[in-house]
Design a binder for this molecule. Structure first.
Ligand code: SF4
Length: 233
């Protein structure tokens, strides 16, 4: 039970424990993350009001970086203001910019499928991005844009106070964890952002191009589910 669990072995470990009817499995060796307990602070209504206030007073109409020039809508993020789990991507794409909602294009459908496969609904979690406006041509947001926008995300995380975050893709993982390590090396192991467990994993857009790696993201998501003490499907 106390032996280290390698990335290679994790799938088999989950299968073994599930077959045994055991859902509380030891997580990765070296993970210093304790299973969190749900904090009782603001109610969902109070958090919703705080998010609304944040948007109205600080973000609506923002011209804090050059992305403001090309956007149609600011994509604030959406979901349960009291979510236990947040998904954080990098920036809105074309569909998201048009509709003002996060992850609604093809990659968004993949994320929605993952959430459903976990036994959840989009309305159960909160979905946001590192940058709230679309970079032209769907390029990655640049450093100055990330620096300008990240305070908003930090405030959102502070209000929502999730028990875990899944960081979707390189930009999200490297920004939250303050590292330049490749996403392929970061994924699969918990780190932390301001005390909140963060599981980096591949961005759904990458998974559309590399469907063979979907199983790795599924394994990452299962670790998060177990951390939250939720039943694996
Ligand atoms: S990306 Fe963020 S900082 Fe830049 S204009 Fe949009 S909301 Fe403001």
């Amino acid at each position: 039970m106390g032996e280290p669990v390698s990335k290679v072995d994790i799938k088999h470990v989950f299968e073994f424990y599930r077959a045994m009817g055991i859902l509380e499995v030891p997580l990765k060796a070296g993970a210093e993350i304790k299973r969190p307990s749900k904090k009782q602070e603001l109610s969902a209504g109070e958090k919703g009001a705080a998010l609304e206030k944040l948007f109205r007073e600080e973000i609506e109409g923002c011209t804090g970086c050059k992305l403001s020039a090309g956007r149609t809508n600011i994509v604030f993020g959406e979901g349960n203001p009291s979510a236990r789990l947040m998904f954080i991507g990098e920036a809105p794409g074309g569909e998201e910019d048009k509709l003002g909602r996060p992850f609604v294009g093809r990659a968004g459908q993949l994320l929605t499928n993952l959430i459903i496969k976990l036994g959840l609904k989009r309305e159960d979690v909160f979905i946001a991005n590192i940058a709230k406006c679309r970079p032209e041509g769907n390029r990655d947001p640049e450093e100055d844009e990330i620096s300008a926008c990240i305070p908003f995300l930090k405030k959102q995380i502070g209000i929502i106070s999730p028990e875990a975050i899944m960081a979707l893709g390189r930009v999200s993982a490297q920004t939250l964890l303050g590292t330049t390590v490749q996403i392929s090396r970061l994924r699969g192991t918990f780190s932390s952002f301001e005390g909140i467990p963060v599981m980096p994993t591949f961005h759904p857009s990458y998974l559309l191009r590399n469907p063979g790696d979907k199983k790795l993201t599924w394994e990452d998501a299962l670790q998060v589910l177990l951390l939250l003490g939720m039943k694996a499907p």
